[in-house]
Ligand binder design. Structure first.
Ligand SMILES: C[S@@+](CC[C@H](N)C(=O)[O-])C[C@H]1O[C@@H](n2cnc3c(N)ncnc32)[C@H](O)[C@@H]1O
Length: 184
């Protein structure tokens, strides 16, 4: 997948430019760049990854492609307590499948508490039930539905998908906290 594919996959979940976002398990920034392309220079993006080395690569990429980005990198465990301001959105692309299944739901619940009331979570994952050494704990679209309900989100809305050479297909889903529908 190239940059345009990344943008296409997640754009449907991002309602407007600007805002404060976090990219959890950002790696070297493929989706940080896609996010930045969509939300523009008026946004602030926190890139969180436990691997300091990939964050250096991410900084280089962002400086080269979108030098006016308000980027803050954090070398941290995305499943732990994080020092972040209230967020308009979280994206977690190909990272939640590294978290043990018994912890995935509680991580999603914790992320909900990081959001502003109108905030959102975008998950990009392989739509597969069986893991392998590269994708140890995949989260199929069906599994995400169950996890979202248990973590306090409305049913996931699929915003994009693509066939994948790695596994069956890759999808992007939007999660909105349940309290939003109660407020409306
Ligand atoms: C497959 S890469 C995906 C990178 C990027 N999001 C993408 O889609 O191209 C997964 C990333 O998640 C990070 N990661 C895995 N578990 C993590 C954790 N508990 N906390 C923070 N980062 C984590 C890894 O260090 C790695 O950079």
């Amino acid at each position: 997948m190239n940059h345009a594919d990344h943008v296409r996959l997640i754009a449907g979940g991002i309602p407007h430019p600007g805002g404060v976002w976090a990219d959890m398990g950002s790696g070297n920034g493929a989706f940080t760049l896609a996010l930045r392309d969509i939300v523009g220079p008026g946004s602030r993006i926190y890139a969180v990854d436990s691997n300091q080395g990939v964050l250096r690569g991410l900084i280089d990429q962002v400086e080269r492609i979108f030098p006016d980005t308000n980027l803050i990198v954090q070398a941290a465990d995305m499943t732990g307590s994080l020092d972040l301001p209230p967020l308009d959105g979280i994206i977690a692309a190909n990272s939640l499948h590294f978290v043990e299944p018994r912890k995935q739901t509680s991580v999603l619940r914790e992320w909900r508490s990081l959001l502003k009331p109108e905030g959102r979570v975008i998950i990009v994952e392989y739509d597969a039930e069986e893991g392998n050494r590269w994708v140890p704990h995949p989260i199929s679209a069906r599994a995400l539905k169950r996890m979202a309900s248990n973590a306090g989100y409305e049913p996931p809305k699929q915003i994009g998908s693509r066939s994948s050479q790695v596994m069956n297909s890759i999808y992007a889903a939007l999660l909105l906290p349940v309290q939003r529908s109660l407020v409306k």
